[in-house]
Design a protein. Structure first.
Length: 201
């Protein structure tokens, strides 16, 4: 039944910019593991990109407390996290900075493939074309990549055999960065990462 009416619900909510309704629709369709949830998430993301702070708050809330529904939208969520840490939106948002730590901590509950997808999007942000900031994207990603690994050390070694090539490419690129502060930060982060991965049985 839900699949048959989702387009009517979607059009009604989008036409009214009904942020709370879109959020509840994501939860409803996501709880039934229905791909239609992605349409409602995309609508929330578009509203957030237009400056709707309530939509921004709800996207971050989903990332922290209901991240299994997010699917293809991790790239935008990483961007929102960066903007918040860059203090571009944090002053207007009802969330404090602890929401970033909650989002990263919650990645430990992602299924293996979804975790790999998230980490890929997170690392990719360091080379995105997003420029409107005072804060280096590379330093943001380096800092939080170490935290993500820490929160996910309980995963099986077999997963890290899959993840390491992704991380290796990311660190090689940043260690060779033309800006010395980023290159040195990458080398230091790589040392920390290696020590953490060595703790995995």
């Amino acid at each position: 039944m839900l699949q048959g009416i989702w387009q009517y619900i979607y059009v009604s909510l989008v036409d009214r910019d009904n942020v709370e309704g879109l959020y509840e629709a994501v939860q409803l369709y996501g709880s039934c593991d229905m791909e239609e949830a992605q349409g409602f998430i995309s609508a929330l993301v578009k509203l957030a990109e237009k400056g709707n702070i309530r939509a921004y708050d709800n996207i971050l809330k989903l990332a922290a407390f209901d991240n299994l529904t997010l699917g293809c939208c991790w790239d935008q969520i990483v961007k929102f996290m960066f903007q918040m840490e860059d203090s571009q939106i944090a002053e207007q948002s009802s969330f404090d900075m602890s929401i970033i730590d909650q989002i990263l901590t919650a990645t430990s509950g992602l299924p293996q493939q979804k975790f790999v997808e998230f980490l890929q999007q997170f690392c990719n942000f360091s080379s995105s074309d997003f420029r409107d900031s005072k804060y280096d994207r590379e330093l943001f990603v380096l800092k939080h990549t170490i935290e993500i690994v820490e929160y996910n050390l309980g995963r099986l070694r077999a997963l890290w055999d899959v993840v390491w090539p992704l991380l290796q490419d990311f660190f090689v690129k940043l260690c060779l960065h033309p800006r010395s502060n980023i290159g040195m930060a990458a080398i230091d982060s790589l040392k920390q990462l290696t020590l953490k991965l060595m703790r995995i049985p």
